[in-house]
Every structure is written in structure tokens, then in C-alpha cells.
Design a protein around this ligand. Structure first.
Ligand code: FCB
Length: 453
């Protein structure tokens, strides 16, 4: 609720003092050092090397060279006043064969990163899997095969044994929907397969892998906070014919409830299981209990919403779009947070990714990128987070996507999501105006006024 002083000047609302303020990245998108120190090939290395897969024919071989610049990047985060950093760990650095022998130098890199973060007062939030599956495991069946979930749990235990004396917050998997569907159904992401049966099997094994990994971490470190990161694209209905309503239901179940329902013990959404004709042959006794192990928080990645009607591409009234063509509609985040709070019992919600690719063509007189559009995007979404907190929704933190301009998967280096610019020739980092604005926000715990683009 907005409080007013006698002079009617609104007092800005504040975020809670213990709010987690971070930025997020992922290993493949920033590290580079593609085969340094014993790292093996991941499915993204292979995908990038396959002609026609990446829009600008680029790859992650150098990326932001974070593997060699992590010290400086931590100093940058510290200058911005971040109190948390969400990054991912590359499985191919730690266990190059997917399972079995541990590669010490790979683990040493994350060990140093964690130490540097802690020294700078920044809480590490590692994600164990952000899409870079060891290619050797894909060759044995990938996520559609149950053995991948077992190997994932082994890897999670290995990392927890090494870092668990310092890392207190873990996320297992990033965006199960994207892993299963962009990777195994639409073929737009590695490994580039197009098979619905494989995608559904992958979706189940990713959740099983999450449950097994959670157990493995808690076995080493019972007090650790462990969560999973799920992406949501809320469905806005267009039209109410029975055909449209059926499509809306299936889209919403498949994209938004397919993971949170089983994670909270409700099982897969029946209606859509039936519509997909899935016989659940992959579900073994005990799986649903394993998937529903209590998490300490749910990570939420939110970028945009989608319209679903009777006809493909049908659209309601749309707002502005980012350079990905994604509609900018902050109220959908507010509604999503309230929906998650009302429908499930997750003890805490964290916005683990939110941000926008923008053209970044304007500079101020210092030559700094003047990204008022990105600032407006972040401010609009953070207003929704504040409203949700005021309404009693337990949102405990927010991570801007992304700390750095980086490798945006099948789009290559075209889209710029960073709050910090990276010069691809020199690797020089330069905070954009949005980074300075975010730093102000963190310092004051209030949303600074914005100059709308
Ligand atoms: C999310 C991914 C992240 C980044 C953003 C734009 O789906 O988790 O790596 O690509 O989208």
C-alpha cells in the first residue's frame, strides 16, 4: 500500500531488508574455454558445430571468456552491490565422461569462484544443470533415458561434497520445459531432436533427476536450501469456442503446470496426459514421491505471456515487444506469482530470471549504453514483485537476466540481454545505464524513478 506524508509526497515502497538481489548467467553462455583443463564436449558444443543450427553460426568456444575472467566479473558484481549470483556448473568440466571419474581442475574452477563470491559478500546460487549435457550421455539416449537422471544425481552429489561446506543455496535444473521440448520436440535447441514421445520421456526424467539430485545434496548437506527453476509462459485465452478452450487448457497444462503439479504432489495434469495420449510407461513406482520431495523454494523464470485461441498465431491486444519479439506485459508476472502462491505450497518463491533483449543502440555522453527500455522493463516487473509481496506472496529474491551480454543459444550473440555490455573483440565489460539503475535500487531497496523511453 502506498503511504503518503502530510505534503502528499508518496513514500516509495521498500523491498524487505533480507531480499536477495542478484543477476544470473549460465556456464555455456559465458564461460568459453570450451576444452580447457579436461572439459569434454557437451550437446551444445556439438549443436553449435552443426551447420545451420545457430542463427549467426557462432558458438560458445570463447563466449565472454568468463572462465579466465571470473575474478574481474566478481569484482564487477561487487561494484554493483549484488548480494547474490546465480550461475551454472558445467557437468562436462566436472565429470567429463558424464559419470565416473571426477576432473579435479573443473571442480577447482567453481571452488575458486565460490570463494571469490563469498569474500565479496555475494551468496552463490549455483544451478547444476543449465542445458549443457555431456554429449557422451546424449549418445547413450540423453534425457529420454532414465540413466541420465541417475548420472545427474551422482554428479550433483559430487559437486555438493566439494562445495557444500560453503554453498547454502542450490538449484538443480533450469527450465525443464525447455530442456524437454526445445531440445527433443521442436529441435531448436541441442540435441535438436523432434520426437514427442522422447520429449515427454525427457520431461519425466528431468523431474526424476531433480528429485534424486535433491536427495543427493541433502544427504551431504541436510541444511542446504534446494530448489528447481521452472519457466512460465502464462496463457491468455483468445476466443471461447470449445476448440479454443481445449487448446488453452492443453497449452497451459503443458507449459505451466506440467512441472509444478508433480513437484507439489498433484501428479501430471490428467486432462493433458490424456490429450497427449501418454501412457506414462516411464513412470516407475516411487517416482512421483521422489519428484514431490519438498523443495525449499521454487525458482521462477518469467519473460512474457502467450495468446492461445482456435487458430495458430491468433493474438489479442498486444503491448510493446523486446528485440526477441516477446511481448512486454508485466501484469502477467504479478498474476503468475499470486497463482503460484494460491495453488501450491512452495515455502518461498524466487524470481530466478527476468530481463529483456533490447536493441542497445543509444549511448549517453560517456559512451555508456542508454537502455531506458530495459530499465522500464525491469521497473515494470519489479513493481509487480512488490505488489505481490504486499499481498502476502512470499517472494524472497530477484535475479536479473543477465549479468552480461552473452551467447543466446540458437540466436547466437545477436540478442543483448546483459545489464553489462561486453565488447566481443576486447572482452571489455561496461555497465549499461540499467546496471547503474539496478545498483541504485539495491542500495535504496526502492524502485528508483524512471525516465520512460
Ligand atoms: C531462458 C534461459 C536463459 C536465457 C533466457 C533469455 O529461457 O534460461 O539461459 O537464454 O531465457
Amino acid at each position: 500500500m502506498m503511504t503518503e506524508t502530510a505534503s502528499e509526497t508518496p513514500i516509495a515502497r521498500r523491498f524487505p531488508v533480507d531480499f536477495v538481489w542478484g543477476a544470473a548467467t549460465s556456464a555455456f553462455q559465458i564461460e568459453g574455454a570450451a576444452d580447457a583443463d579436461g572439459k569434454s564436449e557437451s550437446i551444445w558444443d556439438r549443436f553449435c558445430a552443426t551447420p545451420g543450427r545457430i542463427a549467426d553460426a557462432s558458438d560458445g568456444r570463447v563466449a565472454c571468456d568468463h572462465y579466465h575472467r571470473s575474478r574481474d566479473d566478481v569484482a564487477l558484481m561487487s561494484d554493483l552491490g549484488l548480494n547474490a549470483y546465480r550461475f551454472s556448473i558445467s557437468w562436462t568440466r566436472v565429470i567429463p565422461d558424464g559419470s565416473g571419474e571426477v576432473n579435479a581442475p573443473g571442480l577447482d574452477f567453481y571452488d575458486r569462484l565460490v570463494d571469490d563470491l563469498l569474500e565479496a559478500g555475494i551468496t552463490p546460487f549455483p544451478t547444476l544443470y543449465h542445458w549443457d549435457l555431456p554429449q557422451v550421455l546424449e549418445d547413450q539416449g540423453g534425457w529420454p533415458a532414465r540413466a541420465t537422471a541417475e548420472a545427474f544425481a551422482e554428479y550433483a552429489g559430487t559437486v555438493a561434497r566439494r562445495l557444500g561446506d560453503r554453498v547454502t543455496h542450490w538449484t538443480t535444473i533450469n527450465e525443464p520445459f525447455v530442456i524437454a521440448n526445445l531440445g527433443y520436440l521442436m529441435g531448436e535447441h541441442a540435441p535438436g531432436r523432434t520426437d514427442l514421445g522422447a520429449a515427454i520421456a525427457a520431461s519425466h526424467h528431468v523431474l526424476v533427476g531433480h528429485g534424486m539430485a535433491l536427495d543427493a545434496i541433502k544427504e551431504v548437506q541436510p541444511s542446504a536450501e534446494v530448489g528447481i527453476v521452472v519457466n512460465f509462459t502464462p496463457v491468455t485465452p483468445v476466443g471461447d469456442s470449445p476448440f479454443a478452450v481445449d487448446r488453452q487448457r492443453v497449452a497451459n497444462d503443458y507449459e505451466n503446470r506440467w512441472y509444478t503439479d508433480p513437484l507439489s504432489g498433484k501428479g501430471y495434469p490428467d486432462y493433458t496426459v490424456e490429450r497427449l495420449g501418454w501412457d506414462q510407461r516411464e513412470v516407475e513406482p516411487g517416482d512421483m514421491e521422489l519428484i514431490a520431495r519438498p523443495v525449499d523454494f521454487l525458482g521462477i523464470n518469467f519473460y512474457t505471456r502467450k495468446f492461445v485461441g482456435a487458430i495458430d498465431g491468433e493474438r489479442g491486444e498486444r503491448g510493446g515487444v523486446t528485440s526477441m519479439g516477446w511481448e512486454i506485459h508485466p501484469p502477467a508476472l504479478g498474476r503468475l506469482l499470486r497463482f503460484l502462491d494460491e495453488s501450491y505450497d512452495f515455502p518461498k518463491l524466487l524470481v530466478t530470471e527476468n530481463g529483456a533483449a533490447m536493441p542497445d543502440t543509444e549511448r549517453d555522453h560517456d559512451g555508456r549504453i542508454a537502455d531506458r527500455d530495459r530499465i522500464a522493463y525491469l521497473a515494470g516487473h519489479l513493481e509487480q514483485v512488490l505488489d505481490a509481496i504486499d499481498a502476502g506472496v512470499p517472494v524472497g529474491g530477484y535475479f536479473a537476466w543477465s549479468l552480461l551480454d552473452n551467447f543466446e543459444w540458437a540466436w547466437g550473440y545477436g540478442p543483448k540481454f546483459g545489464i553489462v555490455e561486453v565488447d566481443p573483440r576486447t572482452q571489455e565489460r561496461r555497465p549499461k545505464q540499467s546496471a547503474l539503475w539496478y545498483a541504485d535500487l539495491i542500495r535504496s531497496s526502492t524502485i528508483p524513478p524512471i525516465d520512460r523511453p
